[in-house]
Design a protein around this ligand. Structure first.
Ligand SMILES: *[C@@H]1O[C@H](CO)[C@@H](O)[C@H](O)[C@H]1NC(C)=O
Ligand SMILES: *[C@@H]1O[C@H](CO)[C@@H](O)[C@H](O)[C@H]1NC(C)=O
Ligand SMILES: *[C@@H]1O[C@H](CO)[C@@H](O)[C@H](O)[C@H]1NC(C)=O
Ligand SMILES: *[C@@H]1O[C@H](CO)[C@@H](O)[C@H](O)[C@H]1NC(C)=O
Ligand SMILES: *[C@@H]1O[C@H](CO)[C@@H](O)[C@H](O)[C@H]1NC(C)=O
Ligand SMILES: *[C@@H]1O[C@H](CO)[C@@H](O)[C@H](O)[C@H]1NC(C)=O
Ligand SMILES: *[C@@H]1O[C@H](CO)[C@@H](O)[C@H](O)[C@H]1NC(C)=O
Ligand SMILES: *[C@@H]1O[C@H](CO)[C@@H](O)[C@H](O)[C@H]1NC(C)=O
Ligand SMILES: *[C@@H]1O[C@H](CO)[C@@H](O)[C@H](O)[C@H]1NC(C)=O
Ligand SMILES: *[C@@H]1O[C@H](CO)[C@@H](O)[C@H](O)[C@H]1NC(C)=O
Ligand SMILES: *[C@@H]1O[C@H](CO)[C@@H](O)[C@H](O)[C@H]1NC(C)=O
Ligand SMILES: *[C@@H]1O[C@H](CO)[C@@H](O)[C@H](O)[C@H]1NC(C)=O
Length: 467
């Protein structure tokens, strides 16, 4: 915002109001001085210089944060609340307006001042998770710029201007981390050390695209469940920026920017499952989280967007959590980067058509998953866990839908399943873009606002590059 000196501006306006013949000013002739308004400081942080796996001693604390008493093994399902169908929704007004142009109802609309403070354990743990995510993004965006040379980026079709955009995205993260830290107070989680699985610029971009997707989806999953709606408001205004980052990384990868009509939301524990493995070490007094780490679900034939025929792949990923694509085995002539044909070329662009779809309904998808009990996350101090029985379904979590397909030929932590044919609405194939695939022991009916009811039935969590 431009900080005009209000006194100058007021004088100017009153002058204009009084003069009879107002001259038409087509060129500004006066230079106003613009005094900076108060600039709030960002949360102090230092750039992480060391990266790699955790090498320190075994942690003294392990497992997610919990309480001595846990009230029940899961939240029982209930019918809709008593008032769920009360409001007539007929286009008429049903109560006097509290003020002109102000319909009755709403939350946080009674005039009480917002305070932007978390109000429950649910709020704290959710915002703290989002903060862990903002910190890793801040580091990841800087790391890529330092790890790969300008030359490396150019080979991947990304210019100095594109590198600046990544730098800018890192700066956005400083703001997001500061905002969330301020809303949590002094115990807010600090920045950690990280370990990334990628070796080339194209792999890095694919990883960023997937990481920002689970960051975004992880927030959409809890945003409307927060007790503190004022906190939710500010978080919303940062997560929409993150959503744009996700889209830009897709464009950097030469993917169709937004194939979905709706962006997906996932429970916090799924986001933490996908985030924690890349955090190697946190400072001594780091605030821990309550969320569950599920075993990894590895997509063996994860579609590879770096290939011309991206669906025709096997075992071409750099990690088993996000199943980020590997560039290593792509031979000359198989890469879509420098292909010239429209529909085949996938150089960075606003958008590309893809003649060979990355995936399609009816595709056989090969899966492999871990046993629970593995150490993951900061200082290897979290333990993967599941309360589900051995999995029999794959749940495809995309847009507004959760659809189950049966696992076939279930072997020792291995199976395959068939990509479903379903639409969110007519004309909108639900399985498209960067989506989530989880294994479950039950085909429980859940929808976006109660998707976490599935958690006790989830065995493993992964990501699928369907488009
Ligand atoms: C971190 O590094 C970037 C350059 O990659 C620099 O612009 C920024 O100022 C550094 N931040 C801190 C806190 O040192
Ligand atoms: C106004 O709403 C807030 C919640 O947004 C509530 O805490 C407060 O008690 C309400 N005040 C009145 C006077 O109803
Ligand atoms: C694509 O073209 C760029 C620029 O000519 C080159 O540096 C790069 O090695 C090529 N990459 C592939 C995968 O063909
Ligand atoms: C952790 O310790 C550091 C250094 O002593 C301090 O700056 C920071 O505020 C502490 N953080 C928490 C969450 O207690
Ligand atoms: C994690 O490990 C490092 C290095 O051993 C140690 O300095 C730090 O205190 C540990 N963090 C926690 C939360 O235990
Ligand atoms: C792409 O690979 C699939 C197998 O995954 C194959 O059925 C299809 O014919 C291939 N398409 C092209 C254009 O090579
Ligand atoms: C995938 O490839 C790696 C080596 O790149 C190998 O160790 C692993 O066994 C392969 N997995 C499968 C299921 O083929
Ligand atoms: C891109 O794909 C759409 C949908 O299949 C098609 O209608 C359009 O003609 C394609 N455009 C180009 C330039 O290939
Ligand atoms: C995903 O959407 C893109 C763009 O509309 C389309 O070209 C592609 O065929 C879709 N893929 C699937 C699997 O539906
Ligand atoms: C998917 O469903 C649509 C609409 O029912 C149908 O037209 C299409 O052929 C189906 N695709 C596959 C691969 O079964
Ligand atoms: C998983 O969590 C449940 C519930 O907290 C606990 O009873 C169980 O012992 C844990 N399993 C493992 C392998 O840690
Ligand atoms: C997908 O979600 C939409 C919107 O909630 C719903 O109407 C539709 O029935 C769902 N489709 C499937 C296959 O679950």
């Amino acid at each position: 915002m431009v900080g005009f000196k209000t006194s100058t501006l007021a004088a100017l306006l009153s002058l204009a109001a009084r003069s009879a013949a107002v001259p038409v000013v087509s060129e500004p002739t006066t230079t106003f001085t613009s005094e900076p308004a108060i600039t709030p400081p960002v949360r102090p942080h230092t750039n992480v210089t060391e990266h790699g796996p955790y090498t320190g001693p075994s942690p003294t604390t392990t497992g997610a944060k919990t309480t001595t008493v846990v009230l029940a093994p899961s939240i029982p399902a209930l019918p809709p609340g008593p008032d769920a169908f009360k409001y007539p929704s007929d286009g008429n007004l049903h109560a006097p307006l509290p003020a002109p142009y102000t319909p009755s109802g709403g939350v946080g609309t009674n005039g009480s001042a917002p305070v932007y403070r978390v109000l429950s354990d649910f709020d704290y743990e959710s915002i703290a998770l989002a903060l862990y995510q903002e910190w890793i993004e801040l580091d990841l965006f800087h790391w890529g710029l330092a790890r790969f040379s300008e030359e490396d980026f150019l080979e991947a079709g990304l210019t100095a201007e594109d590198r600046f955009l990544i730098e800018h995205m890192a700066n956005q993260e400083v703001g997001h981390a500061t905002l969330l830290s301020n809303m949590l107070g002094p115990s807010a989680p600090q920045m950690c050390k990280y370990n990334y699985p990628v070796n080339t610029v194209r792999e890095y971009i694919d990883f960023c695209q997937k990481l920002t997707r689970y960051g975004e989806a992880g927030v959409y999953g809890f945003l409307n469940h927060l007790n503190a709606h004022d906190v939710g408001q500010m978080l919303l205004q940062s997560i929409t920026t993150e959503a744009r980052q996700q889209l830009i990384f897709r464009q950097f990868e030469g993917l169709f920017p937004m194939p979905e009509w709706f962006q997906v939301g996932i429970p916090q524990s799924w986001a933490w499952t996908l985030l924690a493995p890349f955090i190697s070490e946190c400072p001594a007094n780091q605030t821990r989280l309550v969320w569950q780490n599920y075993p990894a679900l590895h997509i063996l034939n994860q579609p590879n967007p770096l290939r011309i025929n991206g669906s025709n792949v096997f075992n071409e990923t750099v990690d088993k959590y996000t199943s980020t694509s590997s560039e290593e085995e792509i031979e000359e002539g198989e890469s879509c980067l420098n292909a010239t044909e429209v529909g085949v070329n996938c150089s960075p662009a606003i958008t590309h058509n893809r003649t060979n779809s990355l995936s399609y309904p009816g595709r056989q998808v090969f899966l492999e998953w871990d046993e629970p009990g593995q150490l993951v996350g900061p200082n290897n101090s979290y333990v993967t866990n599941t309360t589900a029985n051995p999995p029999v379904f794959a749940a495809w979590v995309s847009q507004l839908n959760v659809t189950y397909t049966p696992l076939q030929e279930i072997g020792h932590n291995k199976a395959w399943t068939i990509q479903p044919n379903m639409s969110t609405f007519e004309g909108d194939p639900a399985v498209n873009g960067t989506i989530f695939l989880v294994l479950t022991d039950l085909d429980l009916y859940v929808t976006p606002y109660n998707i976490s009811m599935l958690n006790p039935h989830v065995y493993a969590v992964g990501m699928y590059q369907s488009g």
